[in-house]
Write a protein that binds this ligand. Structure first.
Ligand SMILES: Cc1cc2nc3c(=O)[nH]c(=O)nc-3n(C[C@H](O)[C@H](O)[C@H](O)COP(=O)(O)O)c2cc1C
Ligand SMILES: [Mn+2]
Length: 480
């Protein structure tokens, strides 16, 4: 595993998965445009290292996670399915039967207790401490021409619940208002927003620390849909196979990853709001301006020679698709713990996580597909799912051609479409109201007599094994 971002980038370069761009490229639209080209090329393109962002000495890295291969490297696994298996094993620890069994389990137990972060002194993230620094010194990008300004797009935002002191880390974009203030775009459903809600109720200021260019596992963990109250650092520790080193901030009572390159310390006042946006978002459209809390900078700490890690969101596929892919695989075993009949889940890139999800199930009783829809609409960030397609277990949810075929042949729209209302993603501008709107579930499973379908369900037309073997021979002969 990599000990920090530099280790990850060096390995990517060794593997020829990172492209250096020595020519000056402007943080105003140009770096974003080059990154967009990379994201849209086959397999997600290479990671990009802009050595000379025009006007700055700090190099910019984008698209670091933007391919399946790089996402796996970042998480230290050969395939994301290996990770699913590992998590599944962790969750299904058998009770030891005797001394020998208990001993065999020790490595796993060690791994569990090794998850907790540890506090260290003198993190590299504090080599330089400047109370008067401004954000104008950082090569923060303007991504799209209609954007309200420059945005920090890949920050790790650290807060503590003012009442319980529980930590949260989330990735919430920050629009630069001026050298010392930014927007704080935590949406109302997110962990940071909840901490701010509590602080406002108490009439208190909420301290916030932002880590930039942290190690790959942590950067991923900040985007992960961890259930509220579960520390993202535990997930990071599990993925990194080591305890995460944390350092105390200089001006706020928070800890940040010791090996981050840059840390912004500051606070958000109760009651203060400022217009944020527009921003070319991961829907591929500009999201509307809206009022959000304001982050006030108190101190910038950094390494001597920091690198600025960022990402561009926009019309899919983009880098965030791969971060989401990892979450899909990591959280599937956890979801299956309470809903074991779920076989597989697919979030197609075009569906941007919440617009479209395909689920296959081991159908066991009448109405089962509708139960699955309700599970999604009631479970963590899956509540945002706008369209849910449920298919039987034999359908490959990752093959959208197969899914379209099955949906078309298996549904009677009057019977099989379930409409409802509920919370929708803040970025959903199709809903009449912000964050509240409609949802649709499509039951594309085979219908049973117990569900009112009394005709005979058609069998798929497939040839015999013998004829298929013969066809393979003939096919070889004709060289096709
Ligand atoms: C590149 C990127 C940018 C994101 N920007 C935002 C954002 O501006 N606001 C937001 O609420 N969520 C944003 N998210 C999603 C959150 O990071 C995600 O929902 C995360 O699970 C939130 O963590 P939490 O549950 O601890 O709040 C972004 C995700 C990615 C990958
Ligand atoms: Mn969280």
């Amino acid at each position: 595993m990599y000990s920090d971002l530099d280790g990850f980038l060096a390995d990517l370069e060794r593997r020829k998965l990172l492209t250096r761009i020595a020519e000056p490229v402007s943080p105003e639209l140009e770096i974003a445009a080059v990154t967009d080209r990379a994201c849209k090329s086959a397999g997600g393109g290479p990671a990009l290292l802009f050595e000379k962002p025009t006007g700055f000495d700090i190099p910019v890295v984008s698209n670091a996670f933007g391919s399946l291969e790089r996402m796996c490297l970042a998480l230290g696994v050969k395939s994301l399915d290996d990770l699913s298996k590992e998590i599944d094993e962790l969750l299904t620890l058998p009770m030891p039967k005797g001394m020998m069994d208990a001993l065999k389990m020790l490595p796993l137990v060690n791994r569990m207790s090794d998850l907790m972060p540890k506090t260290v002194k003198d993190g590299p993230c504090q080599e330089v401490v400047r109370h008067e620094a401004t954000l104008d010194e950082l090569p923060i990008l303007t991504c799209w021409p209609g954007d309200g300004g420059r945005y920090i797009t890949l920050p790790l935002v650290f807060t503590k619940d003012p009442e319980t002191s529980m930590r949260n880390i989330g990735t919430y974009r920050m629009q630069v208002f001026d050298g010392r203030t930014t927007g704080m775009h935590w949406q109302r459903h997110k962990g940071g927003a909840q901490h701010h809600r509590v602080a406002e109720r108490l009439g208190r200021r909420l301290e916030v620390a932002i880590a930039l260019s942290a190690d790959p596992v942590l950067t991923y963990a900040a985007t992960a849909p961890m259930p509220e109250g579960l520390d993202e650092l535990l997930l990071a520790g599990f993925l990194a196979r080591r305890r995460i080193d944390m350092t105390r901030c200089v001006t706020v009572d928070l800890e940040v990853p010791a090996n981050a390159h840059i840390v912004l310390e500051g606070y958000v006042e109760p009651g203060e709001r400022r217009r944020e946006g527009p921003f070319g978002d991961h829907t591929g459209f500009y999201s509307q301006p809206d009022d959000f809390p304001v982050f006030h900078l108190t101190c910038v700490t950094s390494r001597q020679r920091p690198t600025y890690l960022t990402t561009i969101v926009g019309r899919p596929p983009m880098e965030d698709y791969y971060l989401g892919l990892a979450s899909g695989r990591i959280f599937l075993p956890m979801i299956r713990k309470t809903v074991p009949e779920i076989v597989d889940i697919h979030f197609p890139a075009e569906g941007i996580f919440h617009n479209l999800v395909v689920v296959s199930i081991d159908k066991r009783y009448p109405g089962h597909a509708r139960k699955i829809m309700n599970v999604f609409w009631g479970l963590g960030q899956l509540m945002f799912s706008k369209t849910i397609i449920v298919v039987d277990r034999d359908v490959n949810v990752h093959d959208m051609s197969e899914v379209a075929w099955i949906v078309g042949t298996h549904i009677d729209p009057l019977r099989d479409v379930q409409m409802t209302r509920g919370p929708v993603d803040d970025l959903d501008d199709a809903a009449d109201l912000p964050a509240y709107g409609g949802k649709m579930g499509i039951d594309a499973t085979r219908k049973w007599a117990s569900e009112g379908y009394t005709r005979r369900w058609p069998e798929p037309a497939v040839t015999t094994e013998q004829a298929a073997r013969r066809a393979a021979e003939i096919w070889k002969q004709v060289g096709a």
